[in-house]
Design a protein around this ligand. Sequence first.
Ligand SMILES: Nc1ncnc2c1ncn2[C@@H]1O[C@H](COP(=O)(O)OP(=O)(O)OP(=O)(O)O)[C@@H](O)[C@H]1O
Ligand SMILES: [Mg+2]
Length: 348
Amino acid sequence: MFKDKNLSPKQLAALTALLLSSLIALSVFVWFQDWKVLLAYFIACFIAIYLILDRILDFFIYRKIKLIYKLISQTKATKREEAYQKYILPKKGIDEVREDVEEWAEQKFEEIKKLQSNEEFRKEFLQNLSHEIKTPIFSIQGYLEILSDGAVEDSTAAMKYISKSQANVQRLVQLVNDIDIITNLEINKEPLLKHQFMIQDTIKDVVNNLSFKLEKKGVQFHFKKGCETPIQVFADKNKIYQVLSNIITNAIKYGKQDGEITASIYVLEDKKVLIEISDNGIGIAEEHIPRLFERFYRTDDARSREVGGTGLGLAICKHIIEAHGESIQVRSKINVGTTLGFTLPSKG
Ligand SMILES: Nc1ncnc2c1ncn2[C@@H]1O[C@H](COP(=O)(O)OP(=O)(O)OP(=O)(O)O)[C@@H](O)[C@H]1O
Ligand SMILES: [Mg+2]
C-alpha cells in the first residue's frame, strides 16, 4: 500500500491513522484485556483520525497544491486539466508535485530563451533591412539632387544619373521580392507543388538562363564525369529552379575569372538524391560558414568586393530545401573553392 516515501495526502492520513489507532487500541487492551474492545477502539479511532487528518491535509496542503497547478496550467483549466486535478492530482505525492513544477519551470525557461532569441532575431532583421533599404534610397536621393541642381540640362550626364537611379530601384525591387519569397515560405502561403522531374534538365535550364553571366566572366560549366545520366527527383520544380539559380549565380559571382563550375548528382541510399554545385573561386573562411544561411549574411569579402546582392539568396535556398524536409550544406576553402550541396527525395 505504501510502497515508497512519496506518499499522497490520503496515504499519509491513512498511515498516521493506522499508527495512532494501533497505539490507542493497544493502550486500551492493556487496560481492559479484551480483544473485542481493542478491535472496536482500533476501528473507531482509525476512521476518526483518518477523516480528521484527511480534512486537515486537504485544507492545508492539497488545496494549496491545487492552486499551484491552476497557476501552472494557466488561469482557466481545460476539461482534461479539470479531470486531472479532480482524479489524478489527489493521488500524487509531494515529490511528484515537485517534479511537475520543476518540469514546468524548465519548459518556461526554454520558452523564455526562445522568445529572447526571437527578439534578438527581430532586432537584427530590422537593422539589416533598414540598412539594405537605406543604401539604395540615399543613392537615388543623391542622383535626383544632382539632376535637379542642373545635370538634367546635360543629356549625357542626365542619362548616367537616371540609369544609376534605375539600378538602385532595381535593387530595392529585388530586395522586396526576396523578402516576399521568404515570408511566403515561412507562413506556408505557397504550398509546394511536387512532381517527378529530371534534375539535370533543370540544372541545364538554369545554366542556359545565366549563360550571359557565365560568358561575361569566362566561366565554364560542366557536369562531373558520370553525373550526366538523368536522375529523377520528386520536388517543386520552380522552387528548385530558384535554389539552383541562386547557388549557380553565387558560384559565378564569387568564382574566379575564367574559372569553372561543376555539378555533381549522386543517388543516395535512402531514396534521396544529393546535388552539389562546386566552384573554384574565392572560397569562404570557416568562421562564416555557420552563419551563411542567415538572412542578410554576407562575408566581408563579398561586401568589400561590392558584387551586389543582399545576402538573402542562401536564406531563400535553405527555406525551400527545408520545406521539402531536406537539408542544405556548404563546404569551402579559402582560394580553393566552394561546394553547395542539398538533398531531394527521389520518389514521392
Ligand atoms: N560560391 C560562393 N563562394 C564564395 N562565397 C560565397 C559563395 N556563395 C555564397 N557566398 C557568400 O555567402 C554570402 C551569402 O550568400 P547569398 O547568396 O545569401 O547572398 P548574396 O549572394 O550576397 O546576395 P543575394 O543572393 O541575395 O543576391 C555571400 O555574400 C558570400 O559572401
Ligand atoms: Mg547570392
